[in-house]
Write a protein that binds this ligand. Structure first.
Ligand SMILES: [Zn+2]
Length: 87
């Protein structure tokens, strides 16, 4: 039954591909949103990266997860990585 549980879990929590937990994801989204409100998106993931570095999160893993999730820059992180709006 473990495998079924895992399946259900991964379906519900697709953001797990990012290698961070839900609390960290909320923190990341808050950070990116605040920085974008301030400076706008420069079509890179630099604010996400700044967040990862300040939280000691492995950036290479997070970046790969974001790209997999269709987020190629910070504004796409906000629009494409919403834990409450997964299909
Ligand atoms: Zn952008």
């Amino acid at each position: 039954m473990l495998r079924d549980a895992y399946k259900a879990e991964s379906k519900r929590d697709e953001w797990n591909v990012l290698g961070i937990d839900r609390q960290q994801l909320d923190d990341l989204l808050d950070h990116v949103e605040a920085r974008l409100a301030d400076a706008g998106c420069d079509h890179t993931l630099r604010h996400s990266r700044t967040w990862a570095e300040s939280r000691s999160v492995a950036w290479s893993e997070l970046e790969a997860g974001l790209l997999t999730g269709g987020a190629g820059c910070d504004c796409e992180v906000l629009s494409n990585v919403d834990p409450d709006e997964r299909v």
